[in-house]
Structures are given as structure tokens and as C-alpha cells.
Design a protein around this ligand. Sequence first.
Ligand SMILES: CCCCCCCC/C=C\CCCCCCCCCCCC(=O)SCCNC(=O)CCNC(=O)[C@H](O)C(C)(C)COP(=O)(O)OP(=O)(O)OC[C@H]1O[C@@H](n2cnc3c(N)ncnc32)[C@H](O)[C@@H]1OP(=O)(O)O
Ligand code: FAD
Length: 673
Amino acid sequence: MASAGTGKMTVNPDIAKERRNAGFHVENLTNFIYHGPERVRRRRYMQNIALQDPVMKDSKPWAFRTREEEYELSLRKQLHVLQRQKDLGITDEFDKFYYNEATAPNENNPVGLHFGMFIPTIEKHGTEEQKKKFVQPAKDLKIIGTYVQTELGHGTFIRGLETTATFDPKTQEFIVDTPTLSATKYWPGNLGKTVNYCILMAQLYSQGKCQGPHMFLCPLRDLTTHQSLPGVELGDIGPKFGFNANDNGYLRLNNFRIPRINMLMRYSKVLEDGTYVKPANSKLSYGSMVMIRASIVGAVSRALAQACVISVRYSAVRRQTEVSPGGPEAQILDYQTQQYKLFPLVATAYAYHFAGQAVQSNFLNISKEIEAGNLQQMPVLHALSAGLKAFSSWGASAGIEVCRMSCGGHGYSLASGLPKIYTNITPACTYEGENSVMMLQTARYLFECAMMVQKGQRLPDLVSYLSMDLSAKSCMTSDVALGCLVKAYQHRAARLTNAATAVVQRHINEGQKPTDAFNMASTQLTWAARAHCHQYVVKVFVTTVTEANIDDRTKAALTTLCKMYAVNGIMENLGEFLQDQFFNTDQVDILTRKMMTLLADVRPDAVALVDAFDYHDKVLDSCLGRYDGNVYYALYEYAKSSPLNEKDVLDSFHKYIKPLREGQATSSLPSRL
Ligand SMILES: CCCCCCCC/C=C\CCCCCCCCCCCC(=O)SCCNC(=O)CCNC(=O)[C@H](O)C(C)(C)COP(=O)(O)OP(=O)(O)OC[C@H]1O[C@@H](n2cnc3c(N)ncnc32)[C@H](O)[C@@H]1OP(=O)(O)O
Ligand SMILES: Cc1cc2nc3c(=O)[nH]c(=O)nc-3n(C[C@H](O)[C@H](O)[C@H](O)COP(=O)(O)OP(=O)(O)OC[C@H]3O[C@@H](n4cnc5c(N)ncnc54)[C@H](O)[C@@H]3O)c2cc1C
């Protein structure tokens, strides 16, 4: 490695050796991950445009920016990128996504919700007239909006929202109002300073009757001066754990009037005389949340993948402790305990990646049916997207923290890039539906399915395994077949669903109200929901690997990872699997031995498996995760750029330390020590 300051850099020999020794061709796996060489080429091309752009070059590292600098820089970059994409005629959604990924990685930007929620919600829930009026101006950024639902007093319980929208037939307007302190909107992204419009979730009142939460297009700021409109009070909620380029905001409305046309009326309507027309299903207005929940699975997989790239590469170049006296220090990646920390997480990143693609495709297919008026599959989609969002965001958050700690002290520095990834993604456990609450939604669906099984009714494909014969003998033998692993997960989920359902039924039989009975069984119900999501992820991984049209060596590497994901999940939830009695303790011994063999199998491919995610150094933004492995050089340069080092002796020395010494010298301390 070149010494710091020479500027000449060679690749760290340890990481170079890892790449030489990999058992498969990295590019083949990259092509598989991103749907073929053409997409990979396009992804790199898009990211290069972003990374070569002088406007994207940061004058100082992310870690040293103030919140105001972060917000401004992020806004400037994002608006520049939108203009560039327009100039270059980039319209394909994948192209735009990849371009954006390299623009401000793991930094939530000030117009994300405009494109991510505001425009899609108008497109999905607006009438043709509303789309005509609002979509193009929104695309041209004449209006910039966000999704405003959560209040100080209510986030989870949407039916409990207090903001009102009361129809006034005389003026053909809705009067939107914040009646209490707890009704203050609080948290919506980009609300504080950036947007001039929002989609407002408010309780609709017409003809004196409350019709529940509905969506309204609400102007907030003057489109020219950007001043907040009379009757509108709003601002930023202050710094947070992360998400600091995002001006999450608060909003209070004081009997503010908006035209009738501003209620999103594709599914429900208020006619001119105030007559309310119901939608086919009141939960249609929750559609934007379902859309984001489905896309969160992919987002958390990318965050976990990046954390794995950083920690595995670092573990390949970090040497610590002589294995035999006087011998060389070992690469920490050779310690089995380090492998056990990291390799299952690499497998998890792949598992979530494939699950994210699968749930996205379920979402797109079912959405088409919903658009065509067939709402039959809404509950399945809701249960799947809610549960998987929770399962994957919990798994990824916990996993990224393990990655950070696996890097020892350097993982704690912002230089590692890991805290940035973590603080940007961990709120996914909360936003778009708090995770426990989402799991309970999935559990509610599983409970209904269990009741259907009891009545001998047929279940939808995604949950058909719930009617399996639970007394079936285990198929687990020393070859640990993929099909048998799927059966084990289904057995566990089906048993936990039945067990939780039985608890609810017992409480009801003992005289409890159904809602109380559900609450008394809710912890067990969430275990069932978690197990259901886990079986879905395992099943998707197994199907993906089995059906993969790739060369044998890449397929073998992926199959090893797939087994590792499934076997590790069993080891981590052994109590549940043993209580299942699908395995006996001899079979657990087989799985334990298998886990250790799998660690050794993954070891030579570890760096290649994370390289295959194909993250550019600038996207990782990490001194530890550099492709060339020159981490000490990067850490040294990072330290030197700390603003505290701009002066050798700080003013604070003269202000505080020096007078203290002088005071001490003249009082009790001897003048010479
Ligand atoms: C800068 C950001 C960039 C954004 C870009 C996005 C681009 C996408 C690309 C990548 C994405 C990844 C990253 C995204 C980054 C996102 C940034 C942050 C965005 C955050 C936005 C928000 O947080 S918005 C606010 C979200 N709030 C919630 O989610 C609230 C949660 N609560 C609920 O959903 C509901 O209240 C509830 C489900 C808990 C209960 O509802 P309710 O009380 O009305 O129902 P009931 O209990 O009465 O149930 C009745 C019945 O209906 C069923 N049901 C409930 N919901 C649904 C649904 N959605 N669909 C279908 N059915 C539903 C329920 O299960 C019941 O069924 P039964 O059969 O009667 O049991
Ligand atoms: C970074 C970030 C960005 C956000 N962006 C937006 C946005 O753009 N727009 C927007 O409208 N909102 C946004 N939010 C708000 C977010 O959607 C809510 O915080 C979220 O829905 C959770 O609601 P809550 O905060 O009311 O949590 P609470 O519901 O108060 O949850 C607190 C605890 O109570 C438990 N709990 C609550 N209800 C139940 C129940 N029924 N059963 C069992 N346990 C329960 C939860 O499990 C949790 O442990 C954002 C939040 C964050 C952190």
C-alpha cells in the first residue's frame, strides 16, 4: 500500500488475493442481481454521469456538514439532477433510480416525498380532472408537495386523526382546521421549509356527518413568494437521529379554505350539495402507504447490502492478533466468530433483495386488479406488504448495527459510513406504519386464514401452506435440502398461527370481547406474523435460486448463501423450531454442523459476494469499505480534514485551559512538577 501523502495507491494485497481466489465470476452475479448485463451497463452509466458531475463533488465530507449545509447541498444537488435528467432525456424509471442512488447516497433529500408520495398519490387517487390540473405542474416543480398524515397525538391510529375538513356547500369549499394541539401535523417529510402544497389527511365532515379520514390537496405557501399562506402555520421540527437533509415539519391550519375540487375524488366523492359518495372499500385511501411499504423491503436490502460490503471488505484487510507466537496477524475475516457475525447478514441482504423484488411484483400485479375494480386481493397485499416491511426493516437495522460493531473502534467513527447508513434506514421501522402495529395487521389476516382453515375453506396461494398437515414427519437429513428447509419454515409459521388463533379463541370462549381476546394474544400473534414473513423470504430465495438461469459456479455460491440464510434463521429461532417438533435434537446437530460448514464454504467467496452488489466507493462513502482496501490511508486523511484541526492551538485553549493553568500556578500547585 502507498504511504499516506504520496498520492500513489496500490490495491491492498489481502483484498486483491480475496478477489483472485473467489470461486465464481463476480460480474455474472452482478448481472443476475440487476436483471442482466444491459441493466448493469445502464446502471453504471447513470451513476457515472452523476458521479462525474462537478456539482456533485462535495467540498467537505458529509460527517462535517452542519444541518443547514446538509439541507441546502442536498436540495441543490437534487434540483440539479432533475434538470440534468430532463436535459439528457432520461425518463426510464430504473435509469432515474440509479442516477439518484449515486446523487446523495443515504441522505434523505428535500424533494423525495414529492416524487415518492405526492405525485403518485394524485395519479392513483385523483380524478382525470384533478390529474390534469395538478400532475404536470407538480412534475415541473411549480407545485412541490408531500404527504401529511401524522399528527402530534396520532400516527398509527389513522381513524383517530383530529384535523377536520368540513364541506361548506354555500362556497363549494372545504374548511380545513387544526382544532387542538394534538391535531398539529408533525413529522411529514419536506413539510417544514420545502413544499408549497401537500396531500392532507383529514376527517371529512359533510351534511353534519363525519365520514372518516380522506385526502385533500392543500396549498400551504404562496407559489411565487413561498410565504406561508394566511391561516397556515408551519415549520421544521428540528434535528433528528438521522434524516437531517429532510425538513420534516409541523403544520397548523386555522379554518383555512380550499376548493371542493381539491378533495381527491377518484374513489370517494362529495357532490356539490354535500352528498357523500362512498368508495368501494374505505381502505383504498391507504393505498399510498401500501405502495411505500412494498418498496421499503428493497430499500432496506440495499442499506444492509452496503453495510455488508463495508464490513466484509474491512474484515479482509484488517489484521489482528498473532495466531501462533511470532507469526503474522490473521485477517479478521478468518476468525469463525467474525464469519458468523457477517456471512449470515450477507445472505440476509440477498434474501431481502429477492423478497423486495417479489413483493414489488405482487404489488404491481394486484394494483392492476385494484385499478380495474377487483378489490379481492387487497387484504392479501396489505398483509404481505405490512408484515414484510416490518420484518425486513427490523432485520436490516439490527444487521447494520452488527456490521458496525464487527468493525471494532473504526466502526464507531462516522468515517466508516455505517452510522450514516443506519440512521438513514432505521426509521423505516417506524414510518409508514410502526413495525409492531404492522405485524399485528399481518397477524389479523393470518387469524382470519386460520378460521377459514377450520371451516375447510380454500386459502389464497400465498398462505395456502397454513392448511398443511402439522403432524407430518420431518424431511431433514444430512444434505439439508432446500425444499425441506422451506417445509420447516412453513411448519413453524402454520403451528404458531394455529397456536395464537387458539389463544384468541380460548379468551373469547372464556367470555372476553374479541378485541380484548386479540390483545391478550397479540404477542403470540406477532410471533406467527414474523414466522409467516420469514417463510415467505426463505421460499422466495429458494425459488429464485432454483429457477436461476446462471452458470453453475455462480449458482453454487448463491445456493450456499440461500442455505445459510435458512439454516441461520433456524439457529436463531431454535426454541420455536424445537417446540414445533418438526426437528429432533439429532437434526439440530445436523443443522449446527451444516452452519459451520457453510461458514467455511462462504469464506473464499465473501469479498466477491459483496463486490457483486456493485456499489461505487462514492456511494458507500466509507473509509473502511473502499474497493482498493486502503483503509488506513483513508482514515488518516479523514482525521486530518476534521474542522477541529484547522488550527493547531484552538481559541478554547486560550479561553479556558491556559487561564486555569495560570490560576493554578499562582495558587496551590508548585510552580515546578
Ligand atoms: C424523502 C423520501 C423519499 C420517498 C421516496 C419514495 C420512493 C420509493 C422508493 C423507495 C422507497 C424506500 C424508502 C422510502 C423512504 C420513505 C420516507 C418516509 C416516508 C414516510 C411517510 C409516512 O410515514 S406517511 C404516514 C404513515 N402512517 C401509517 O402508516 C399509519 C399506520 N396505520 C395504519 O395503517 C392504520 O391505522 C392501521 C392499519 C394500523 C389500522 O387502520 P384502521 O384503524 O383504519 O383499520 P381497522 O383497524 O379498522 O381495520 C379495518 C380493516 O382494514 C384493513 N386494513 C387496514 N389498512 C389496510 C390497507 N392499507 N389495505 C387494505 N386493508 C387494510 C384492516 O386489516 C382491517 O381488516 P379486517 O379484515 O377487518 O381485519
Ligand atoms: C423519519 C420519519 C419520517 C416520517 N415521515 C412522515 C411523512 O412523510 N408523513 C407522515 O404523515 N408521517 C411521517 N412520519 C410519521 C410516521 O408515519 C409515524 O411516526 C408512524 O406512523 C408511527 O406512528 P406514531 O409515531 O404515532 O407511533 P405510536 O403509534 O405512538 O407508537 C408508539 C408505540 O406504541 C405502540 N402501539 C401503537 N399503537 C398500537 C397498537 N394498536 N397495538 C400495539 N401497539 C401499538 C407501537 O408499537 C410503538 O411501540 C415519519 C416518521 C419518521 C420517524
